[in-house]
Design a protein around this ligand. Sequence first.
Ligand SMILES: Cc1ncc(COP(=O)(O)O)c(C=O)c1O
Length: 401
Amino acid sequence: MHKVLNQHIHEYLKEREETKLLRELTACSVRNNSTDLYLNLNDYLQLSRHPLIIEAAQKALAEWGTTSSGSPVVGSYWPIHQELEEALKEWCGFEYGLLWNSGYTANKALLSSLPQKNDVVLVDRYVHNSVLIGMRETQAKLIRYRHLDLNHLEDLLRLYTHPDRTVFVVTESVFSMEGDYPDLKQMRLLKDRYQFFWIVDEAHAMGWYGPRGNGLVATFGVEKEVDILVATLGKSLASQGAFTLFHDRHLRSYLLNRTPEFIYSTYLTPAATAASLAAIEVIQTELIARQSQWLSQTLQLKNSLTHFFPSLPLYDSPILPLVIGDPETTLRLAAELAEQHHIYVGVIRPPSVPKGTSRLRLSLHCNLAFDSLAQILEDFFKKPVKKRGEHAKKTGYLIFE
Ligand SMILES: Cc1ncc(COP(=O)(O)O)c(C=O)c1O
């Protein structure tokens, strides 16, 4: 390696290591051990091993093979892809849809191709990295409004709304690092007043919320006002990939003509596509009757932890963020949870979250024994953090980021 590059890499990694922010990959070989609890995974409805979904994926494998083998614009857009698009449109109340290889790709493609020079893009301060990276490729102006602060958003709308430009507003429904969400009805009122172009990312809400498991946009009844709904297939929908939904057919056509992420990449595998198609069915036929139960149990669990985490956002979403502060203690606590209780949680450190807010992120799921988890966590956090044993500092525990 050239010495300049070598030095750059060395210095980068050294700095990460010294600040306890170095990420490492740990191959996990104990997935099927029933005593382990994987709260680092986003399989919120536990559908990744559902027999009907596995069967659907196997059938698609047998019929279509292991790969789509090419770009969707060169023949690898297949009836199974079209079928999933149709199902998603009907499920979520939109007229047009488009599948993508990942939620990251979809967001990046939207934000790099839609806003034009002179446009203004207003995003919640905590919006996903993919949105910010997409914006880097545009000449539009990016402004981040304070998290969930719709007054701040309105101030900005008042300032920037103008007949000669499009103002975009981008929010997640459920925020990936906080587990909270904006009042989408209030946002709709703002849209009535300022006519912005509204993009909502339902990555963490799809499946978990909605009268048919069809997301928080459906719960709030704002599907007619949202211009683009984007969501991943990789969380509750049990596979991989993502989708965007629209009311305007030209948007679909524009994106599939214009975005390199769509055009120059091998399309979703048929098995992943079929798995999500089956997941939509299973959610509606088997799971939805239990929704009010998992929502109330989730809220109860979060309530029980407010004694230790007073600023924990009290929302019934599947994301439980326990803000610890410094990365070292966060790593240590995650290691202890793994070692003592076989509970594996996400360790989230800067730059994924602001400095000083390193956290354990627990991705809850609908089949949890909520009461016993609450008890374990209460007992765990009762012990003063500073006096914990040094033994957990040594590496080798399973920690996930
Ligand atoms: C809010 C949000 N949007 C998009 C994504 C990316 O989705 P995918 O995992 O399909 O790339 C994530 C991933 O966690 C996310 O949290």
